[in-house]
Design a protein around this ligand. Structure first.
Ligand SMILES: Cc1cc2nc3c(=O)[nH]c(=O)nc-3n(C[C@H](O)[C@H](O)[C@H](O)COP(=O)(O)O)c2cc1C
Length: 207
């Protein structure tokens, strides 16, 4: 089983990465593989709502890793999205990236396990955590929790290593996620079918 993580910071070795790494090291101890996908610092397009992705995948995908991430997501069993906090919200780049990933390919995530992580110098962590968790709720995913909300603190790269409770929260998140993944796998082996959820009703306040 494999967990695919996303580092939503342009700093590839910064505090978000180190928080994800703490999760990854614990996942390995639990017998689960992991990969940390770097969003990087190159220009990244927003979703423009063109709607072409339902047939072709995201039209911008080959330029900035979105379609590559989707291909990896299809093979993964669980996900952790990590973001630095920018003005009390997730980084603009992770929101642009995930809007395009989920709008074009939410099926790659359906009935799988997800968790998000927010890293800040001081404030805005739970607001950012809430934003990332919304991708899971609309995609029929199960969310793994920890012994605190999945947040950690540090300003300059590497400072998060001093947040002992934050890193403990990351390790406990990994333990809980590993347990959920093993339960899902055992359920599949025991013949428990995926839920047959309904589709077709799409209403708004006018129709
Ligand atoms: C544009 C910008 C906005 C930021 N806004 C906040 C903020 O609202 N609250 C906070 O505590 N830290 C804020 N920070 C600090 C980062 O969240 C913090 O340095 C974090 O550890 C960066 O993670 P990284 O090393 O993975 O990039 C901000 C940093 C930047 C560059």
């Amino acid at each position: 089983m494999k967990v695919l993580m996303l580092n939503g910071s342009s700093k590839k070795d910064g505090n978000t990465y180190l928080s994800l790494l703490e999760i990854g090291k614990q996942l390995e101890k639990e017998g689960i593989e992991y990969e940390i996908f770097q969003i990087g610092g190159a220009p990244l397009r927003d979703c423009i709502g063109c709607g072409q992705c339902s047939e072709k995948g995201c039209i911008f995908g080959d330029d900035d890793g979105v379609n590559e991430f989707i291909e990896k997501a299809k093979e993964a069993d669980g996900f952790v999205f990590g973001t630095p906090v920018y003005y009390a919200h997730p980084s603009g780049r992770i929101q642009s990236f995930l809007d395009r990933v989920f709008y074009s390919s939410s099926a790659a995530f359906r009935f799988k396990v997800g968790a998000s992580v927010a890293v800040a110098r001081r404030g805005g962590t739970t607001a950012s955590f809430d934003v990332l968790n919304k991708y899971f709720g609309i995609s029929q995913m199960s969310v793994a929790g920890s012994t605190y909300w999945n947040i950690a603190h540090g300003a300059g790269p590497g400072e998060v290593d001093g947040d002992k409770e934050g890193l403990q929260t990351m390790r406990n998140l990994a333990r809980n996620m590993a347990w959920m993944l093993k339960c899902f796998e055992a359920g599949k082996k025991a013949g428990i079918e995926l839920p047959k959820t309904e589709t077709g009703n799409r209403t708004n306040f006018i129709r």
